[in-house]
Design a binder for this molecule. Structure first.
Ligand SMILES: CC[C@H](O)CC(=O)C(=O)O
Ligand SMILES: [Mn+2]
Length: 336
């Protein structure tokens, strides 16, 4: 029987969490997590390289396992959950989206920088042609005022997206800013509005609740906080809090706690927490996926990783500019 759900949750640990474990997921890990999440009645499970389809590269980090194998494995073990994939136009390509759909993906999330929605129409159209539920994913949403965000979301709606997400990639937004943005989108769009948080300033839960209060019905979470930076809104905590608020997610709370404890925790190299570096991501407004890259650059050039991140924030560096992390570290080292 279909569960009643006021809010539909997309579990992103098997995609966003890829950043946190240097893209080292194995088929066994993905199968165990996807099977558990499906049994807990999670509606959507995202599986891809952390930077989306085609992300495995020297620039973004090489995957241990080809993501198509991971997508196929996840799709083969779920009974009700839909497998989602992320695609950033310019990193992922149309053939990769077709391949993911042929392997069982049912949802495509097409991600662009918050001011660059106009690079997404071909990918959104293709996703729709393939019969996929299609989401526009506006990353680094803190970098644009609400009016700009609304303009960009309307573009994605006009291309055919079923949902548009406000994506707080840096975990930099404050609750009042989330409210303003979600309200802006709700007033301007006829499609669903989603929200994706990062916990770098310990605000993922507060921001997610603010988004739901303003009418967001599509929400991302990562179990055990397995996501980039300090992770996302912790899914098992979120479903418990929403249950206390009388908001139905249809997800089994005990099962989520068990998967978090017994399956996901052992995958983590260290527990997800707000460290000095993840805090600076949120404070300086830097892409959460830059965390491990900045830490490596810090070791290589002997520069405090916080100084690298602060400088990246000042330069408004965005996703796809990972090479700037080394440039900035080298410049800071030369200036010493
Ligand atoms: C590189 C893609 C990025 O990790 C997508 C995402 O989850 C975000 O922007 O927060
Ligand atoms: Mn993210």
């Amino acid at each position: 029987m279909e569960s009643h759900r006021d809010v539909l949750i997309t579990e992103v640990a098997l995609r966003d969490g890829s950043h946190a474990i240097r893209h080292q997921f194995t088929v066994d890990q993905v199968v165990a997590v996807a099977k558990g999440l499906d049994e807990a009645n999670v509606p959507y499970i995202e599986v891809s390289h952390g930077d989306g389809l085609g992300g495995s590269s020297l620039q973004y980090g090489l995957s241990l396992t080809n993501e198509m194998e991971l997508i196929e494995a996840a799709a083969s073990v779920v009974k009700n959950a839909k497998i989602a994939v992320l695609l950033l136009p310019g990193i992922g390509t149309m053939p990769e989206l077709k391949e993911a759909a042929s392997l069982g993906a049912k949802m495509a999330r097409i991600a662009t920088h918050v001011t660059e929605a106009d690079v997404s129409p071909q990918h959104i159209s293709l996703a729709k042609e393939l019969g996929l539920e299609t989401v526009g994913f506006l990353m680094m949403s803190h970098m644009a005022p609400t009016a700009k965000l609304v303009e960009q979301a309307k573009l994605m709606e006009s291309y055919g997206a079923d949902t548009v997400y406000v994506v707080d990639s840096a975990g930099a937004l404050l609750p009042y800013q989330v409210k303003e943005r979600i309200r802006g989108l709700k007033d301007a769009l006829t499609i669903n509005v989603g929200f994706h948080a990062h916990n770098n300033l310990s605000l993922a839960m507060a921001n997610t609740l603010a988004a739901i209060e303003e009418g967001s019905t599509r929400i991302d979470g990562s179990i055990r906080c397995l996501g980039a930076g300090a992770g996302n809104t912790q899914t098992e905590v979120l479903v418990s809090v929403l249950d206390k608020l009388g908001i139905q997610t249809g997800i089994d709370i005990y099962k989520m706690m068990d998967i978090a404890e017994n399956i996901v925790a052992p995958i983590l190299e260290k527990p997800q927490e707000i460290t000095k570096d993840s805090l600076v991501l949120g404070y300086a407004g830097v892409y959460s996926s830059f965390l491990l890259h900045a830490q490596r650059a810090s070791e290589r050039f002997g520069i405090d990783s916080r100084d690298i991140l602060i400088e990246l924030g000042k330069r408004n560096v965005v996703g796809g500019q990972e090479d700037m992390i080394l440039d900035v570290a080298a410049e800071l080292a030369n200036a010493k």
